[in-house]
Design a protein around this ligand. Structure first.
Ligand SMILES: *Cc1c(COP(=O)(O)O)cnc(C)c1O
Length: 424
């Protein structure tokens, strides 16, 4: 431990600690009790909660109750008696504190991809005459694909500009800036407040994709004057595979922006069955069809794992876990040609760490075979996600040991680790 430490989670990681020191960090971790909220296979080191969050202990019971008691016994009355109809707004209100929003500014609906479409069309229409959607090359594929679809639908252009040139590229032709807060591959974290301020100075709107930040690091949408945001339910929010996503519309925009997917659940009075569409006055206007209630129950159980957790604790632990992994790889695997592509400074990255290596794919497969689950991201990135709710410092320590062993012994260099499945 370093004499300059200001908290038990902050120490000088330039010297990689012993297993006992890693365990001492766990003992001092204010989030240590949260791991018991999850069902994690014994002996597995799961560093992929940023792709698919782990299964919360309460989820199976919550989904069984939804199916057997609510759907099975109370049937259609459950829309009212069990609050099904309110689930999108209720879950949104529970996500709001994790992203620095007010309860009535977040709603759960559809997929992240569909929410990008809804908000990007709405934003472009709110800036008529402007012809550019601005993003960055290498943004998450669906963000660029959907933005391209929006551009084709509206007859505007999608322009991508490297991160360092983004602010200068915003001009009076920019309708909306669409960016992912924490980059899925590099882990680079944008400054929401600074880019939003630059967009506003040119009269443009911003859409922030929080898929790799919500539930992992501090996000302050209202403190950053953000306009619009979307995010994923199955990563750090632990909602289960294909969980519904969320979207944020700042209160000041809610009466002005309209969803292009004007479905009946976004109507001011869905059960008036009126022929004419009239959007709900509030954020509910961004709903489209009937919410997937079974999936909503799983997502609600996932979000409940954050009850009583502060964003400051998440951010501090995320930073310490990532620091530990970087220091570990750089000391234990110093001679194995790993290149860190994630920012070293904790405030400039999210909660995952990526190293480039030309054998990243077979290395990742060899790690999985040894019970260390991380991600390969084409073409040559090894990515490890450190979910602050349930990852222990001891897990990070063991992950470094396993990686070191796989590299020292060349165990990765086996034809069986070169076979690729459909999902990598
Ligand atoms: C995971 C992720 C998505 C997921 O979109 P889906 O519609 O749920 O498939 C979108 N954007 C980013 C940045 C992501 O990381």
């Amino acid at each position: 431990m370093d004499g300059r430490c200001t908290s038990a989670l902050c120490c000088d990681m330039t010297a990689f600690p012993t297993l006992e020191e890693a365990r001492a960090l766990d003992a001092a971790d204010p989030l240590r009790a949260r791991r018991a909220d999850f069902l994690l296979p014994e002996r597995l080191i799961y560093l992929d909660g940023n792709s698919l969050g782990a299964l919360p202990r309460r989820t199976a019971g919550a989904v069984a109750d939804l199916i057997e008691r609510q759907w099975g016994k109370d049937l259609i009355a459950s829309w009212n008696t069990h609050g099904w109809i309110d689930a999108p707004a209720r879950l949104g209100a529970r996500i709001a504190p994790l992203v620095g929003a007010a309860a009535h500014e977040v709603i759960v609906a559809d997929s992240t991809s569909a929410n990008i479409f809804k908000l990007a069309v709405a934003a472009c229409r709110a800036r008529p005459g402007r012809r550019t959607i601005l993003s960055e090359p290498g943004n998450f594929p669906t963000d660029l694909y959907v933005a391209g679809g929006v551009a084709a639908t509206l007859g505007v252009d999608l322009r991508t500009v490297p991160a360092e040139a983004l602010v200068d590229a915003i001009d009076d032709d920019t309708a909306v800036v669409l960016l992912t807060h924490v980059h899925y591959k590099s882990g680079h974290r944008h400054d929401i407040a600074a880019i939003t301020a630059a967009a506003h100075a040119s009269g443009a709107l911003t859409i922030w994709d929080l898929s790799h930040s919500a539930g992992a690091v501090e996000v302050d949408l209202n403190g950053s004057n953000a306009d619009l945001a979307i995010g994923c339910g199955y990563k750090y929010l632990n909602g289960g595979p294909g969980a519904p996503a969320f979207l944020f519309v700042a209160e000041r925009h809610q009466g002005l922006l309209e969803s292009p997917l004007s479905g009946w659940m976004g109507h001011a009075a869905p059960f008036a069955f009126d022929d004419a569409y009239a959007p709900a006055p509030d954020i509910r206007r961004f709903l489209c069809g009937t919410p997937p209630i079974v999936a909503m129950a799983a997502l609600e159980a996932g979000i409940a794992c954050f009850d009583g957790v502060t964003m400051a604790d998440l951010e501090a632990k995320s930073a310490a876990l990532c620091d530990l992994f970087i220091a570990g790889v750089e000391t234990r695997c110093a001679n194995h040609d790993f290149t860190l592509i994630t920012p070293r400074e904790a405030g400039r990255r999210g909660s995952h760490v990526s190293f480039a290596h030309d054998q990243a794919f077979p290395i990742c497969q060899a790690l999985i075979a040894r019970g260390l689950v991380g991600d390969f991201r084409a073409p040559e990135v090894l990515r490890m996600g450190f979910t602050p709710l349930y990852t222990r410092f001891e897990d990070v320590w063991r992950a470094v040991e396993i990686l070191g062993e796989v590299m020292d012994t060349n165990a990765w260099n086996d034809p069986k680790y070169r076979v690729r499945n459909a999902v990598t």
